[in-house]
Design a protein around this ligand. Structure first.
Ligand code: GLA
Length: 410
């Protein structure tokens, strides 16, 4: 699966870059671009990765989700050349790979995402009319449930829009970014693209995926820290893409069953547990559990919003643990390593809650911690995970950050 090959390769490519190195690279990225293409870039783009406080696997079910962009980014430089041949000349800074990408050929890895973005744009009537040069690198751990692929597609599409004067608005860029992923084979929802495009520092996005309306909730849990630990489980082995698509298909089938009794029901996340119970015989045991998760998670999101509004880290933490349990036992998208990390969280002083983030099958666990003891808690979790699994994965704190930005290259 191309998405997975992309993830596998780029995990190695980018994972080890620290935030400081990344800042240094940003200062140099225009120089790198110039050296590579013998030409100044026109634009610099900074696209964040995201976390999701609560509301997992709800975006494609019309539920509310609570994501936020964080201070881990993909950076791009982009410029156009005189050549009228419609292609992208791309340079992956961390591996030193330079590639020509057009819609004609098929690719693996990050190149497939570039091509997917071009195809999505073409379907909407936006065709390259010249050669475009792009350099990029980043410090988002890839394949770790932090939306590196959405940052890649949305960053590229925004850059192309500015360079070629298309003036695409952010909602359309989100849809095109999603379309690019569908072309590659992952039937994702829109949470990641919205987080990349609409995040605001110090706020959680409350995204209603039935209407795609957003509102911002101030992150009032001031004395807390958000810490991520990458389980480092190899998504390729777990077969992320296909299982994700299967879960989505189960949800779509379930909605059709529930609709038979309630023609006003348009989204699975809006169903009630009573409705589900009354049609229990129509579901296999496994599918019933998955739908149960979706409905319960939608209800948890409402409680999570209250906890954030009232600044209650304890309540929010408990909801995170419940979400993880649902993902582990009902929706079945967790793996033993992320379960272990969450269990370690439960036993660690100063941890309010923990859960896997993103599509699942590995990736990061998000910990909500008491700020004053978060360094010690993160160290304890690191040591315990290392000792139990042999996996060396230091946690890192993330801060909620703004969405994607684009500025003229200096
Ligand atoms: C992935 C998808 C999103 C969303 C999450 C699960 O990140 O890209 O659309 O479905 O999984 O919440």
């Amino acid at each position: 699966m191309d998405r997975l090959v992309f993830i596998g390769r780029l995990v190695i490519l980018l994972q080890t870059i620290t935030a400081e190195q990344s800042q240094k690279k940003l200062e140099n990225i225009s120089d790198i671009h110039k050296k590579q293409f013998n030409k100044e870039p026109n634009w610099i783009i900074k696209a964040p990765g995201r976390i999701n406080i609560l509301g997992e696997h709800l975006d494609y079910n019309g539920g509310n989700v609570l994501p936020a962009g964080v201070n881990r980014h993909l950076f791009f430089t982009i410029g156009s050349s005189e050549s009228e041949t419609p292609l992208i000349d791309a340079f992956a800074i961390m591996t030193g790979e330079r590639s020509i990408i057009s819609t004609q050929d098929k690719y693996n890895g990050w190149r497939a995402y570039f091509r997917g973005s071009l195809l999505a744009l073409e379907e909407e009537g936006y065709k390259l009319d010249r050669r475009v040069e792009v350099a990029f690198y980043g410090n988002i751990p890839l394949g770790a449930g932090m939306s590196s692929s959405a940052a890649l597609c949305c960053g590229l599409i925004l850059g192309l829009s500015h360079t070629l004067g298309w003036g695409l608005d952010r909602k359309l860029i989100a849809l095109l970014g999603q379309r690019a992923e569908h072309i590659i084979g992952a039937n994702c929802g829109l949470m990641d693209q919205y987080a990349v495009l609409f995040s605001r520092k110090g706020h959680i996005i409350d995204l209603d995926c039935s209407s795609m309306e957003t509102s911002l909730i101030p992150w009032k849990l001031k004395d807390t820290a958000l810490v991520l630990v990458n389980s480092k489980v190899d998504h390729q082995l777990a077969g992320t893409g296909s299982i994700y698509n299967k879960r989505r298909a189960v949800c779509e089938k379930a909605l059709n069953i529930l609709k038979k009794d309630d023609s006003n029901l348009h989204f699975l996340a809006k169903a009630s547990l009573d409705q589900l119970e009354s049609l229990k015989t129509h579901f296999s045991k496994d599918d019933f559990a998955k739908v149960q998760y979706v409905i319960q998670e939608a209800q948890r999101v409402e409680k999570a919003k209250q906890a954030i509004f009232s600044g209650s880290a304890g309540d929010l933490g408990q909801l995170m643990y419940s979400t993880h349990e649902g993902l582990q036992h009902l929706f079945e998208v967790s793996v033993p390593e992320t379960d272990l990390l969450v269990d370690i969280g439960r036993e660690t002083d100063g941890v309010y809650g923990a859960r896997m983030v993103g599509g699942g099958f590995g990736g990061c666990v998000l910990f909500l911690m008491e700020a004053s003891t978060s360094k010690e808690a993160a160290k304890n979790i690191y040591e315990s995970y290392l000792q139990k699994t042999g996996i060396d994965s230091p946690g890192f704190e993330v801060k909620i950050d703004n969405g994607i930005s684009i500025a003229p290259a200096l």
